[in-house]
Design a protein around this ligand. Structure first.
Ligand code: SF4
Length: 500
């Protein structure tokens, strides 16, 4: 039987990564390397558009960056400007048609767009635009921006972009390439990250870079300059850098899950080291939910920094009691005779001599459906653990994301309809402890309420999403008050101890 590997990856999935280059003779090679560093943000398709000053050149394909961009492909992408995009489908289906960047030739000239995020009013705009005669070629929400740019009466592209973006709602970190300009834009709430960097040129001067995460700059020995601000449009041209504030200010809603799980720990996101946040998540988790145990074991790779923090705070030794196989292919053949926990075993294997006879604190970053966590707990017990205390470095995930993250439906989220005690029993753990919402905010130093926490509270910062949530509840028979009580539940530390 052939199966996709992500069946066993019980996480929210990151959306997309974007990378832009202005003023480097090897722009498409740099875009390729930048996308390679951002591969964790999307593995379904990737694309690069380059500009040689007179024309745009595009290559997009399904698959991972390394397999798509062979040297002969990059040779067909000439010029000193480029944008790249790597995608995990969040809106629109998974076909190549929806791969990005999107390239168009409209009344504003030739343009290419790469978008990280999700527009919450795209369906409404699509209906309106089709009614007015627009013909859509993809079913991606990004194409709405393209049609709104084309319809703008503004004389220049920055004006048309501002017009278009002021009509859409939701999350966008957006790169736009023309023949001789690069635009980097972040929505006024700043849901998704976007950073500016520069790279000195051997002949003098410098190239400008834009990326979803700073880890892409590190690979190129480039310098991190600053974040693109929420509500800022940065226009990079031969005349230099221009910063345009194109939208009225809105309360910031930076995605807190970037610090919990999505971003690489070696990145600086929203001005703060991701690794520092994750270690602090683990330290606060240890304070809120201590455990009488012999070793702290992370669920690798994403659980490692929080487990380090837990071990440092609790003074319980840290041990790599689970080893991850990094070389799982896209598909694999399962033997016809069923092997227990087969999918999880492909990915993780316990180190029996570390675990046997020990009381374990098992640290992970999140529980989504719970099915994978249950298999891991069972696997650790089969390796000889005498107690398993599960610790999760964020609050219970009770609601889907509408801002550019691939999430299961609300019904599939185990914490949306099960109490922590029910989840503990489902996992087969001796105890279960989730970090509280105040703990999570403290770990990312959110003193001013600038982070989105909607997937933990069920309260969304955009009006349309609130409507969608009510509709969703009507479908499932839930009530809004149920939603609010869950929000209150997420406010306090959640811990469950097995009493047997
Ligand atoms: Fe991030 Fe959750 Fe907000 Fe989505 S709902 S932007 S995953 S914090």
């Amino acid at each position: 039987m052939t199966q996709k590997r992500d069946i066993f990856d019980d996480h929210f999935h990151d959306e997309c990564g974007v990378f832009g280059v202005f003023g480097h003779p090897e722009a498409s090679n740099l875009a390729y390397l930048g996308l390679y560093a951002l591969q964790h943000r999307g593995q379904e398709s990737a694309g690069i558009v380059s500009s040689d000053g007179t024309d745009l050149h595009l290559h997009r394909a399904m698959g991972e960056v390394e397999e798509i961009f062979q040297p002969h492909v990059l040779a067909e992408l000439p010029g000193s400007l480029a944008i790249g995009h790597t995608r995990y489908s969040t809106a629109g289906d998974k076909a190549l048609l929806n791969a990005q960047p999107i390239m168009i030739d409209c009344n504003k000239g030739k343009l290419a767009l790469g978008h990280n995020g999700n527009l919450t009013n795209a369906a409404e705009w699509r209906r309106k635009l089709e009614h007015r005669g627009s013909i859509f070629q993809t079913n991606s929400d990004t194409e709405v921006i393209v049609h709104l740019i084309a319809r703008s009466q503004a004389r220049n592209l920055s004006g048309a972009l501002g017009d278009a973006l002021n009509q859409v709602e939701g999350a966008y970190s957006l790169l736009v390439l023309t023949q001789d300009e690069l635009y980097a834009v972040r929505d006024p709430r700043g849901f998704r990250p976007l950073v500016l960097g520069k790279l000195p040129l051997p002949a003098g001067g410098e190239a400008w870079l834009v990326a979803s995460e700073t880890c892409a700059f590190d690979l190129l020995n480039a310098q991190y300059v600053r974040e693109i601000e929420p509500g800022e449009m940065v226009r990079i041209s031969r005349s230099g850098i221009e910063s345009i504030h194109f939208a009225p200010e809105k309360p910031h809603q930076q995605c807190i899950f970037e610090h919990v799980y999505f971003s690489r720990p070696d990145s600086i996101i929203f001005g703060r080291s991701v690794n520092e946040s994750r270690e602090m998540l683990g330290r606060l988790l240890a304070k809120e939910h201590p455990a009488d145990a012999d070793i702290v074991v992370p669920v690798p790779d994403s659980g490692v920094p929080a487990a380090v923090g837990y071990a440092l705070e609790s003074r319980i030794p840290f041990r790599m009691g689970l080893i991850r196989n990094h070389y799982i292919g896209r598909t694999f053949i399962e033997p016809s005779q069923a092997i227990r926990n087969f999918g999880v075993k492909l990915k993780l294997n316990p180190v029996r001599n570390l675990i046997d006879g020990k009381r374990i604190v098992l640290v992970d970053d999140s529980i989504v459906r719970g099915t994978t966590s249950r298999k891991i707990v069972r696997m650790v017990r089969e390796a000889g653990a005498i107690e398993v205390h599960v610790r999760i470095s964020c609050p219970p995930t009770i609601s889907p994301c509408y801002y550019g993250v691939d999430t299961p439906t609300r019904e599939e989220l185990i914490a949306s309809s099960n109490s922590p005690e029910e989840i503990r029993r489902f996992l087969g753990a001796d105890s279960l402890g989730y970090l509280s919402l105040p703990g999570l905010k403290q770990a990312v130093n959110d003193t001013e309420g600038k982070f989105c926490t909607s997937c933990y509270t069920g309260n969304y910062p955009t009006d349309l999403v609130q409507l969608e949530v009510r509709e969703g509840h009507a479908k499932t028979g839930d009530t809004l008050s149920g939603n609010l009580s869950e929000a209150r539940q997420a406010e306090r530390p959640v811990a469950v101890q097995h009493e047997d």
